[in-house]
Design a protein around this ligand. Structure first.
Ligand code: NAD
Length: 342
Protein backbone atom coordinates (compact mmCIF):
# COMPACT_ATOMS: atom_id res chain seq x y z
CA UNK A 1 0.00 0.00 0.00
CA UNK A 2 1.27 3.49 -0.86
CA UNK A 3 2.61 5.47 2.08
CA UNK A 4 0.22 8.25 3.10
CA UNK A 5 1.86 11.64 3.55
CA UNK A 6 0.16 14.85 4.67
CA UNK A 7 1.86 17.92 3.15
CA UNK A 8 1.64 21.31 4.87
CA UNK A 9 3.10 23.96 2.51
CA UNK A 10 2.37 26.87 4.85
CA UNK A 11 3.40 30.42 3.96
CA UNK A 12 6.03 32.55 2.20
CA UNK A 13 8.50 30.32 0.35
CA UNK A 14 6.74 27.28 1.87
CA UNK A 15 4.59 26.46 -1.19
CA UNK A 16 7.56 27.26 -3.49
CA UNK A 17 9.70 24.55 -1.88
CA UNK A 18 6.87 22.08 -1.24
CA UNK A 19 6.06 21.80 -4.97
CA UNK A 20 9.61 20.61 -5.83
CA UNK A 21 9.46 18.18 -2.87
CA UNK A 22 6.27 16.69 -4.31
CA UNK A 23 8.03 16.35 -7.71
CA UNK A 24 10.94 14.67 -5.96
CA UNK A 25 8.64 12.16 -4.25
CA UNK A 26 6.93 11.33 -7.54
CA UNK A 27 10.34 10.26 -8.92
CA UNK A 28 10.92 7.92 -6.00
CA UNK A 29 7.79 5.79 -5.87
CA UNK A 30 4.09 5.66 -5.10
CA UNK A 31 3.02 8.02 -2.35
CA UNK A 32 -0.49 9.10 -1.49
CA UNK A 33 -0.24 12.83 -0.79
CA UNK A 34 -2.86 14.97 0.90
CA UNK A 35 -2.28 18.73 1.16
CA UNK A 36 -3.74 20.92 3.90
CA UNK A 37 -3.59 24.69 4.50
CA UNK A 38 -1.43 25.45 7.54
CA UNK A 39 -0.16 28.46 9.47
CA UNK A 40 -1.04 31.86 7.99
CA UNK A 41 -2.74 30.23 4.98
CA UNK A 42 -5.07 28.39 7.35
CA UNK A 43 -5.72 31.55 9.39
CA UNK A 44 -6.84 33.31 6.18
CA UNK A 45 -9.26 30.51 5.35
CA UNK A 46 -10.48 29.32 8.75
CA UNK A 47 -9.31 31.83 11.37
CA UNK A 48 -6.97 29.31 13.02
CA UNK A 49 -3.43 28.10 12.16
CA UNK A 50 -4.35 24.43 12.61
CA UNK A 51 -7.86 23.12 12.16
CA UNK A 52 -9.14 19.98 13.86
CA UNK A 53 -9.53 18.43 10.42
CA UNK A 54 -5.87 19.05 9.52
CA UNK A 55 -4.65 17.65 12.82
CA UNK A 56 -6.84 14.56 12.40
CA UNK A 57 -5.42 14.06 8.88
CA UNK A 58 -1.86 14.35 10.28
CA UNK A 59 -2.64 11.81 12.99
CA UNK A 60 -3.88 9.24 10.53
CA UNK A 61 -1.01 9.71 8.03
CA UNK A 62 2.25 7.71 7.90
CA UNK A 63 4.29 10.94 7.92
CA UNK A 64 3.82 14.71 7.82
CA UNK A 65 5.95 16.95 5.60
CA UNK A 66 5.97 20.64 6.53
CA UNK A 67 7.60 23.56 4.67
CA UNK A 68 7.42 26.77 6.77
CA UNK A 69 4.93 29.18 8.30
CA UNK A 70 4.71 32.86 9.18
CA UNK A 71 5.06 36.28 7.64
CA UNK A 72 4.46 39.99 8.22
CA UNK A 73 0.83 39.67 7.16
CA UNK A 74 0.04 37.81 10.38
CA UNK A 75 2.33 39.76 12.74
CA UNK A 76 0.10 41.44 15.28
CA UNK A 77 0.49 43.09 18.67
CA UNK A 78 -2.97 41.83 19.64
CA UNK A 79 -2.27 38.91 22.03
CA UNK A 80 -5.64 37.39 21.11
CA UNK A 81 -4.99 37.31 17.35
CA UNK A 82 -4.26 33.86 15.85
CA UNK A 83 -0.59 33.35 14.95
CA UNK A 84 0.91 31.01 12.34
CA UNK A 85 3.38 29.51 14.88
CA UNK A 86 0.43 28.19 16.89
CA UNK A 87 0.11 25.65 14.09
CA UNK A 88 3.66 24.41 14.72
CA UNK A 89 3.14 23.97 18.46
CA UNK A 90 -0.30 22.47 17.88
CA UNK A 91 0.92 19.80 15.50
CA UNK A 92 4.00 18.96 17.62
CA UNK A 93 1.87 18.58 20.71
CA UNK A 94 -0.99 16.87 18.87
CA UNK A 95 1.34 14.20 17.49
CA UNK A 96 3.25 13.79 20.79
CA UNK A 97 6.59 14.50 19.08
CA UNK A 98 9.11 13.98 21.87
CA UNK A 99 12.26 13.49 19.80
CA UNK A 100 13.87 16.11 17.60
CA UNK A 101 16.54 14.90 15.19
CA UNK A 102 18.95 17.26 13.47
CA UNK A 103 21.60 15.71 11.27
CA UNK A 104 24.74 17.74 10.73
CA UNK A 105 26.56 16.60 7.64
CA UNK A 106 28.58 19.39 6.06
CA UNK A 107 28.75 18.67 2.35
CA UNK A 108 32.25 18.57 0.86
CA UNK A 109 31.25 21.13 -1.78
CA UNK A 110 30.32 23.58 0.99
CA UNK A 111 33.23 23.10 3.40
CA UNK A 112 34.46 26.57 2.66
CA UNK A 113 31.05 28.11 3.52
CA UNK A 114 31.50 27.01 7.17
CA UNK A 115 32.93 29.43 9.73
CA UNK A 116 35.24 26.59 10.83
CA UNK A 117 38.38 25.56 9.02
CA UNK A 118 37.95 22.83 6.42
CA UNK A 119 40.25 20.37 8.24
CA UNK A 120 38.12 20.63 11.39
CA UNK A 121 34.81 19.74 9.72
CA UNK A 122 36.02 17.36 7.02
CA UNK A 123 34.25 14.01 7.53
CA UNK A 124 31.71 15.30 10.08
CA UNK A 125 28.50 13.27 9.99
CA UNK A 126 26.59 13.53 13.24
CA UNK A 127 23.03 13.50 14.50
CA UNK A 128 21.72 15.49 17.45
CA UNK A 129 18.81 13.70 19.16
CA UNK A 130 17.09 16.19 21.45
CA UNK A 131 14.30 15.48 23.93
CA UNK A 132 11.58 17.93 22.89
CA UNK A 133 8.66 18.01 25.29
CA UNK A 134 10.13 17.68 28.79
CA UNK A 135 12.69 19.31 31.08
CA UNK A 136 13.02 22.92 32.09
CA UNK A 137 11.00 24.35 29.16
CA UNK A 138 7.92 22.56 30.43
CA UNK A 139 8.43 22.78 34.22
CA UNK A 140 6.58 24.92 36.72
CA UNK A 141 7.64 28.58 36.78
CA UNK A 142 7.48 31.12 39.57
CA UNK A 143 8.09 34.85 39.57
CA UNK A 144 8.06 37.53 42.24
CA UNK A 145 9.43 41.06 41.92
CA UNK A 146 12.92 39.91 43.01
CA UNK A 147 13.15 36.21 42.23
CA UNK A 148 12.21 33.69 39.57
CA UNK A 149 12.48 29.93 39.14
CA UNK A 150 12.08 27.30 36.42
CA UNK A 151 11.67 23.70 37.46
CA UNK A 152 13.50 20.99 35.49
CA UNK A 153 11.87 17.56 35.74
CA UNK A 154 12.47 14.31 33.89
CA UNK A 155 10.86 10.95 34.48
CA UNK A 156 12.42 7.56 33.88
CA UNK A 157 9.89 6.88 31.07
CA UNK A 158 10.69 10.15 29.28
CA UNK A 159 14.41 9.37 29.35
CA UNK A 160 13.98 5.76 28.26
CA UNK A 161 11.96 6.59 25.14
CA UNK A 162 14.36 9.28 23.88
CA UNK A 163 17.37 7.07 24.65
CA UNK A 164 15.87 4.33 22.46
CA UNK A 165 15.47 6.77 19.55
CA UNK A 166 19.17 7.68 19.83
CA UNK A 167 20.45 4.10 20.09
CA UNK A 168 18.25 2.99 17.21
CA UNK A 169 19.59 5.81 15.02
CA UNK A 170 23.23 4.95 15.81
CA UNK A 171 25.31 2.44 13.95
CA UNK A 172 28.28 2.46 16.31
CA UNK A 173 28.32 5.10 19.05
CA UNK A 174 26.19 7.43 21.16
CA UNK A 175 27.45 10.32 23.27
CA UNK A 176 24.91 11.10 25.99
CA UNK A 177 25.30 14.72 27.09
CA UNK A 178 24.35 15.85 30.58
CA UNK A 179 25.55 17.85 33.59
CA UNK A 180 25.64 14.95 36.03
CA UNK A 181 28.35 16.56 38.17
CA UNK A 182 25.80 19.21 39.22
CA UNK A 183 22.18 18.43 38.33
CA UNK A 184 19.97 15.73 39.82
CA UNK A 185 17.94 15.36 36.60
CA UNK A 186 21.25 14.70 34.81
CA UNK A 187 22.19 11.99 37.31
CA UNK A 188 18.86 10.24 36.65
CA UNK A 189 19.42 10.80 32.90
CA UNK A 190 22.84 9.12 33.07
CA UNK A 191 21.54 6.21 35.13
CA UNK A 192 18.56 5.52 32.84
CA UNK A 193 20.55 5.90 29.59
CA UNK A 194 23.14 3.43 30.95
CA UNK A 195 20.39 0.94 31.87
CA UNK A 196 18.68 1.15 28.46
CA UNK A 197 22.10 0.72 26.85
CA UNK A 198 23.08 -2.34 28.90
CA UNK A 199 19.67 -3.96 28.50
CA UNK A 200 18.90 -3.34 24.83
CA UNK A 201 21.84 -1.81 22.94
CA UNK A 202 25.06 -3.25 24.35
CA UNK A 203 26.47 -3.54 20.79
CA UNK A 204 26.55 0.29 20.54
CA UNK A 205 29.36 2.18 22.27
CA UNK A 206 28.06 4.63 24.89
CA UNK A 207 29.97 7.51 26.45
CA UNK A 208 28.73 10.19 28.84
CA UNK A 209 29.97 13.72 28.14
CA UNK A 210 29.39 16.80 30.28
CA UNK A 211 27.58 19.52 28.34
CA UNK A 212 30.34 22.13 28.66
CA UNK A 213 32.87 19.65 27.31
CA UNK A 214 30.47 18.65 24.50
CA UNK A 215 30.02 22.29 23.46
CA UNK A 216 33.79 22.63 23.18
CA UNK A 217 34.34 19.37 21.31
CA UNK A 218 31.56 20.11 18.80
CA UNK A 219 33.70 22.85 17.32
CA UNK A 220 37.18 21.49 18.08
CA UNK A 221 36.62 17.85 17.07
CA UNK A 222 33.15 17.37 15.51
CA UNK A 223 34.17 14.15 13.72
CA UNK A 224 34.41 12.28 17.05
CA UNK A 225 30.61 12.29 17.40
CA UNK A 226 28.10 10.03 15.67
CA UNK A 227 24.86 10.44 17.69
CA UNK A 228 24.54 13.04 20.44
CA UNK A 229 21.69 12.27 22.84
CA UNK A 230 20.59 15.05 25.13
CA UNK A 231 17.78 16.77 27.03
CA UNK A 232 15.66 19.67 25.83
CA UNK A 233 17.64 22.74 26.97
CA UNK A 234 21.11 21.35 26.19
CA UNK A 235 19.83 20.05 22.84
CA UNK A 236 18.37 23.42 21.88
CA UNK A 237 21.76 25.06 22.31
CA UNK A 238 23.98 22.26 20.96
CA UNK A 239 21.88 21.68 17.83
CA UNK A 240 22.21 25.35 16.83
CA UNK A 241 25.92 25.25 17.54
CA UNK A 242 26.28 22.10 15.46
CA UNK A 243 24.18 23.60 12.66
CA UNK A 244 26.78 26.31 12.14
CA UNK A 245 29.20 23.66 10.90
CA UNK A 246 27.24 23.37 7.65
CA UNK A 247 27.32 26.98 6.56
CA UNK A 248 23.80 27.88 5.36
CA UNK A 249 20.35 27.79 6.89
CA UNK A 250 18.96 26.85 3.46
CA UNK A 251 20.61 23.43 3.86
CA UNK A 252 19.36 22.15 7.21
CA UNK A 253 16.63 19.52 7.62
CA UNK A 254 15.00 18.26 10.82
CA UNK A 255 12.77 15.44 11.99
CA UNK A 256 10.49 15.22 15.00
CA UNK A 257 9.32 11.78 16.06
CA UNK A 258 6.60 10.54 18.40
CA UNK A 259 5.87 7.07 19.72
CA UNK A 260 4.04 4.89 17.24
CA UNK A 261 2.42 7.79 15.40
CA UNK A 262 3.67 9.70 12.36
CA UNK A 263 6.77 11.88 12.48
CA UNK A 264 7.01 15.47 11.28
CA UNK A 265 9.74 16.44 8.82
CA UNK A 266 10.66 20.04 8.00
CA UNK A 267 13.51 22.35 7.08
CA UNK A 268 15.01 24.31 9.98
CA UNK A 269 14.58 27.65 8.17
CA UNK A 270 11.45 29.80 8.20
CA UNK A 271 9.18 31.17 5.48
CA UNK A 272 11.75 33.76 4.24
CA UNK A 273 9.19 36.48 3.40
CA UNK A 274 12.05 38.65 2.08
CA UNK A 275 12.52 36.36 -0.94
CA UNK A 276 9.01 34.85 -1.25
CA UNK A 277 7.49 34.96 -4.74
CA UNK A 278 10.85 35.48 -6.46
CA UNK A 279 11.59 31.86 -7.34
CA UNK A 280 14.86 32.25 -5.42
CA UNK A 281 14.31 29.88 -2.47
CA UNK A 282 16.84 27.12 -1.95
CA UNK A 283 14.86 23.83 -1.97
CA UNK A 284 17.74 21.69 -0.65
CA UNK A 285 16.82 21.76 3.07
CA UNK A 286 13.34 20.65 1.98
CA UNK A 287 14.81 17.83 -0.13
CA UNK A 288 17.00 16.74 2.79
CA UNK A 289 13.87 16.81 5.00
CA UNK A 290 12.22 14.47 2.50
CA UNK A 291 15.28 12.21 2.88
CA UNK A 292 14.80 12.21 6.67
CA UNK A 293 11.13 11.39 6.20
CA UNK A 294 12.02 8.47 3.94
CA UNK A 295 14.62 7.16 6.42
CA UNK A 296 13.12 7.82 9.86
CA UNK A 297 9.42 8.08 9.02
CA UNK A 298 8.87 5.46 6.31
CA UNK A 299 11.91 3.14 6.68
CA UNK A 300 12.91 3.68 3.03
CA UNK A 301 16.68 3.88 3.53
CA UNK A 302 17.66 3.33 -0.12
CA UNK A 303 15.40 6.15 -1.33
CA UNK A 304 16.69 8.44 1.45
CA UNK A 305 20.30 7.77 0.48
CA UNK A 306 19.44 8.37 -3.21
CA UNK A 307 18.06 11.83 -2.39
CA UNK A 308 21.09 12.74 -0.28
CA UNK A 309 23.52 11.64 -2.91
CA UNK A 310 21.59 13.55 -5.62
CA UNK A 311 21.86 16.72 -3.47
CA UNK A 312 25.60 16.09 -2.87
CA UNK A 313 26.12 15.45 -6.57
CA UNK A 314 24.34 18.62 -7.67
CA UNK A 315 26.41 20.73 -5.26
CA UNK A 316 29.64 19.00 -6.25
CA UNK A 317 28.79 19.82 -9.88
CA UNK A 318 28.64 23.50 -8.93
CA UNK A 319 24.98 24.18 -8.07
CA UNK A 320 24.78 27.31 -5.90
CA UNK A 321 21.56 29.08 -4.96
CA UNK A 322 21.70 32.73 -3.90
CA UNK A 323 22.01 31.95 -0.19
CA UNK A 324 25.11 29.90 -1.07
CA UNK A 325 26.62 32.78 -3.00
CA UNK A 326 25.41 31.70 -6.47
CA UNK A 327 22.73 32.59 -9.00
CA UNK A 328 20.56 29.45 -9.25
CA UNK A 329 16.84 29.80 -8.56
CA UNK A 330 14.43 27.22 -7.13
CA UNK A 331 13.59 25.71 -10.55
CA UNK A 332 17.22 25.30 -11.58
CA UNK A 333 18.20 23.79 -8.22
CA UNK A 334 15.26 21.39 -8.41
CA UNK A 335 16.22 20.30 -11.92
CA UNK A 336 19.84 19.78 -10.90
CA UNK A 337 18.80 17.38 -8.13
CA UNK A 338 15.96 15.60 -9.96
CA UNK A 339 18.13 14.97 -13.03
CA UNK A 340 20.48 13.01 -10.78
CA UNK A 341 17.69 10.71 -9.66
CA UNK A 342 17.22 9.40 -13.19
P1 NAD B 1 13.94 32.67 7.91
O1 NAD B 1 14.63 31.36 8.15
O2 NAD B 1 12.64 32.63 7.23
O3 NAD B 1 14.93 33.61 7.06
C1 NAD B 1 16.22 34.02 7.51
C2 NAD B 1 17.08 34.40 6.31
O4 NAD B 1 17.47 33.21 5.61
C3 NAD B 1 16.33 35.28 5.31
O5 NAD B 1 17.23 36.21 4.74
C4 NAD B 1 15.89 34.31 4.23
O6 NAD B 1 15.78 34.87 2.94
C5 NAD B 1 17.01 33.24 4.29
N1 NAD B 1 16.48 31.92 3.95
C6 NAD B 1 15.75 31.10 4.75
N2 NAD B 1 15.43 29.97 4.11
C7 NAD B 1 15.96 30.09 2.87
C8 NAD B 1 15.94 29.25 1.73
N3 NAD B 1 15.33 28.06 1.72
N4 NAD B 1 16.56 29.69 0.61
C9 NAD B 1 17.19 30.87 0.60
N5 NAD B 1 17.25 31.70 1.64
C10 NAD B 1 16.62 31.32 2.77
O7 NAD B 1 13.84 33.36 9.34
P2 NAD B 1 13.14 34.75 9.73
O8 NAD B 1 13.35 35.76 8.65
O9 NAD B 1 13.60 35.02 11.10
O10 NAD B 1 11.59 34.42 9.82
C11 NAD B 1 10.67 34.65 8.77
C12 NAD B 1 9.32 34.06 9.15
O11 NAD B 1 9.45 32.64 9.30
C13 NAD B 1 8.79 34.56 10.50
O12 NAD B 1 7.40 34.76 10.38
C14 NAD B 1 9.11 33.45 11.46
O13 NAD B 1 8.22 33.41 12.54
C15 NAD B 1 8.94 32.24 10.58
N6 NAD B 1 9.69 31.03 11.00
C16 NAD B 1 9.06 29.85 10.79
C17 NAD B 1 9.72 28.66 11.09
C18 NAD B 1 9.03 27.38 10.77
O14 NAD B 1 8.07 27.36 10.03
N7 NAD B 1 9.48 26.26 11.33
C19 NAD B 1 11.04 28.68 11.57
C20 NAD B 1 11.66 29.93 11.75
C21 NAD B 1 10.98 31.11 11.45
Amino acid sequence: MAHRIVTLPGDGIGPEIMAPAVDLLSRLGEFELQEHPFGGASIDLYGTALTGETLAACRSADAVLLAAVGGPKWDSTDPGAPRPEQGLFGVREGLGLFANLRPVRPLPALYDASPLRRERIEGTDLLVVRELIGGIYFGERTRTADAASDLCTYTRAEIERIARVAFEAASSRVASVDKANVMETSRLWREVVSEVHAREFAHIELEHVLVDNAAMQLVSQPTRFEVILTENLFGDILSDEAAMLTGSIGMLPSASLGGDGPGLFEPVHGSAPDIAGQGAANPLAMFLSVALMLRHGLSLEDEAAAVESAVDGALAAGLRTRDLGGEAGTAEATRAVLDRLG
